[in-house]
Design a protein around this ligand. Structure first.
Ligand SMILES: NC(=O)c1ccc[n+]([C@@H]2O[C@H](COP(=O)([O-])OP(=O)(O)OC[C@H]3O[C@@H](n4cnc5c(N)ncnc54)[C@H](O)[C@@H]3O)[C@@H](O)[C@H]2O)c1
Length: 376
């Protein structure tokens, strides 16, 4: 502890570790980048002021350039991982290194008496996570998966629409991230380091989907894309069926110069969509089924009655619901769990289920088959 606050040391101070360093040291809980480094974002009234609970002890990176960057931000740097482990003030080791190193670092940290906040995907396989959770049990340390995108507003809004049936009974959900930059030219392009988009954005999209639809998943079918990269998937499309009959398309793409909506939700009484992070979204709800039988219209080179547009007053466009929340809840919850005041919000069993789901997707891609995932 430092000044009675949970002291965090970061291992791996690259893009994400650097972001954590700014987020924690500034007390704002999030980093905003600018050319000379980062600064903390402004706290909103609903955010926990995490500076009251958590403090940054320092950072360590094997790359000297990143050590220098941390020092340029006024942060303390450790000279090795071992130095972090032997610092009695450090309560939590935050692992933000490439995915293949998470297991070893987590086990060493917990055996040295530290709690662990581990970046996603927490491990490369479900078996690795089982091993790590054994060590957590043995040592009595907290192992906390950083599956943070369940705190994105676009997701929380869509979850509310689903739960409150604002578009009726939902029968299909599409969750997607489309970009056009390909895979970054770092370890994300290398298989042995846990590269590829399933391990990158796939974790987040699946984590959110299964929290939104709290049912067993019965079937999984997936196809990985290799448009710009042979070694790892540079995107994928996955089709998921839940026990209640809801279906979902989960898609990540890095070669899309026109993007499809981030969220699309179809229900018996309406449709909702959100195009991207800065899109307020749309929700169109049904007001009058009476308009069902339309007169055929000429469309293309044929007539259609089924696809004729609806009458003007039979639907209504509504704004999406507002959602207020604590954007620092994950950091805050980690501190409370360590102090024995709360249960983990991101549960290890949830992280394990996501790893198994990703393994089912990879198996489906390899075999071309639909995988039976959980017994209904
Ligand atoms: N939760 C999220 O939203 C989110 C976003 C981005 C990245 N991540 C995750 O964060 C992790 C890091 O990703 P990134 O984008 O920061 O990668 P990055 O390449 O920018 O940074 C990784 C850093 O780790 C350092 N490193 C590698 N091995 C090390 C070791 N053994 N000891 C100390 N330092 C070491 C590298 O020098 C590099 O600076 C990955 O697991 C990634 O999936 C999560």
């Amino acid at each position: 502890m430092i000044d009675n606050k949970i002291a965090v040391a970061i291992v791996g101070c690259g893009g994400m570790g650097g972001g954590h360093a700014i987020a924690i040291s500034s007390g704002s809980g999030q980093a905003v980048w600018r050319n000379d480094g980062g600064r903390g974002r402004e706290l909103e009234p609903s955010d926990t002021p995490i500076a009251e609970k958590m403090v940054l002890a320092g950072t360590y990176d094997i790359a000297e350039a990143r050590q220098e960057w941390a020092r340029s931000q006024g942060l303390h740097t450790y000279s090795s991982f071992e130095e972090i482990l032997s610092d009695d003030k450090v309560d939590v080791v935050l692992i933000a290194t490439p995915n293949d190193s998470h297991k070893e670092l987590a086990i060493r940290a917990m055996r040295a008496g530290k709690h662990v906040l581990c970046e996603k995907p927490v491990m490369m396989t479900s078996k690795d996570l089982e091993d790590v959770l054994e060590v957590a049990k043995e040592t009595g340390r907290v192992f906390y998966p950083r599956q943070n995108r369940r705190w994105d507003r676009d997701y929380l809004v869509m979850k509310k629409i689903y739960e409150e049936k604002l578009v009726g009974d939902v029968f299909h959900i599409e969750t997607r991230m489309h970009g056009s930059r390909g895979i970054p030219g770092d370890w994300r392009g290398r298989k042995e380091q846990g590269g590829g988009m399933m391990f990158d954005w796939g974790v987040h999209l699946l984590d959110r989907l299964v929290l939104m639809v709290p049912e067993k998943i019965t079937k999984v079918y997936a196809k990985m894309n290799h448009v710009t990269n042979d070694e790892v998937d540079d995107g994928f499309i996955m089709f998921v069926t839940f026990a209640n009959g809801v279906t979902a398309t989960v898609e990540v793409g890095t070669c899309h110069f026109i993007t499809l909506p981030q969220w699309y939700m179809a229900g018996s009484q309406g449709t909702a969509s959100i195009n991207g992070f800065n899109d307020p979204g749309r929700m169109v709800v049904l007001r009058d089924w009476a308009d069902k039988d339309a007169t055929p219209i000429l469309a293309g080179e044929g007539l259609t009655k089924t696809m004729a547009p609806r009458g003007a007053n039979s639907t209504e466009e509504l704004p999406l619901p507002y959602y207020d929340y604590d954007r620092n809840e994950l950091y805050s919850n980690l501190c409370d769990v360590i102090l024995g005041k709360a249960e983990q919000i991101v549960k290890n069993e949830e992280a394990l289920r996501i790893l198994r789901l990703m393994e089912a997707a990879l198996e489906s891609d390899a075999t071309g088959k639909v995988i039976d995932f959980e017994q209904a």
